[in-house]
Ligand binder design. Sequence first.
Ligand code: HEM
Length: 477
Amino acid sequence: MPNSTSTPVLPVPRLKGRRLFGNTLDFKKDRLELFQRTFAECGDIGIYTIAGQDCYLVNSIELCHEILIQNGSLFEKTDRFRSFARPLLGDGLLTATNEEHKRNRRLIQPRFRTAVVRHSADITAQVSRAVVAGWKDGDVIDVRREMVRLVLGVVGQNLFSRDILDEANDLGNALTDAIHGFDSQASALIPLTIEWPTPANLRYRKAIERLESTFHAFLAERRALADKPDDWLTLLLECAYDDGTALSDQQIRDEALNMFMPGHETTATALTWSLHLLSRHPECHERLMAESDRVLAGRPATGADLERLPYALQVFKEAMRLYPPVYMFSRQATTDVEVGGHRIPAGASVVFSPYALHRRADYFPDPERFDPDRFESEREAELPRHAYMPFGAGHRVCIGNHHALLGGQVALATLAGQAHLTSVPGPSPVMEPMVTLRPAGNLLMKVTRRSPVPAVPTAPNPSANGATAPRGCPYAH
Ligand code: HEM
């Protein structure tokens, strides 16, 4: 609620830092450790300082609820986020102000949910099988690279009905270059806005220009098609406001990139960590392979199988608890706001860290332990609300959350049926918190191809074959 002068205001504890730089160097060196230290030393809310700016780290379910849900309209995306993201993402859902966001999310969300469940499982299973088909028995693969390929393949089909990986000098290349530019802007400690003529910025600008012209040509081609494929681009083309106005080409470009950009890197990262964790926990891996063999018997998964692959979903969720791809996100207070008795001043940055939240022992006992059974349905129902927040919360919660969970579940079940991946000797991967929480460098694993014994497949559940989310939706979180 906005600050009331009549109630006493509790001070917000401040993390110790250096006189001149505050916590800037700590953030640069190891921001995950900084978040956890802020929580350990300051509690549910604490201030750390970056480049002279106070950042309020919020790390309790009550405060997350107060800020993101009860007072969501009083907090916008930060100026910093908008300044580096808007050149690429325009005014799409991720970057829009609350006012623009409300109008467009209401328009896009209902159609998006249905389309997602209808097609994504089949596409993900097919692309996963195509990726595994390129692995030979005994190969050592870079799992991160392979998961990025897999997810790009899925997103390209979902969004554009295209194999963007195979389109040399076209959309795929322009997108990949733009992603690199976005990544370096997003992870710069003190970013120079895109107007500064640094070599990295010039490359980023060029990539965006190429992307723009390729995308607009592609959109014109799609508009001219009488028989449009059933994908997210067609869905955006068909969206219309209450007065009948359709989205402009610029809006479609912005929203399409808003689905592409946050959608692929996050999901690929989550799959990579899932496979890493499985390789270090053979008993969990065995259980996943057994589930895949029992339900799929080597065939690709479909939407009708989802309810019978619960363990694959549990593994994916638990991997995102330990390694949430979006390990931090932030807001800026538009006015003085009082939360939990503390005052957050207008203009202050508020930081949420799913990484730190997911490691609170009072929410997740023995938090460092990989235990997919935490997400077994009855136990998951007992988790405190908002303790698990890989997709954010409130009116700006990830619009692709169901799609991401479904994609992770289907990809893991399909991969487990086709290949057994084991880690090669070497040190454990190190976390590299860039735009997402990825493993630094390559993540190598050895492939053993599997030919699951065809089991007597259990009958698919006809009620889950696509038109709506599966019954007792396992994607609730
Ligand atoms: C494991 C995969 C994913 C993770 C961990 C993830 C995480 C997140 C998070 C934390 C947010 C909220 C950010 C904030 O509040 O500032 C978000 C927003 C968003 N995500 Fe995802 N995401 C994933 C997959 C996807 C996919 C597949 C799509 C494709 C449609 C997508 C599209 C979006 C969009 C458009 C927003 C902005 C929503 C809005 O403000 O209305 N994400 N995502």
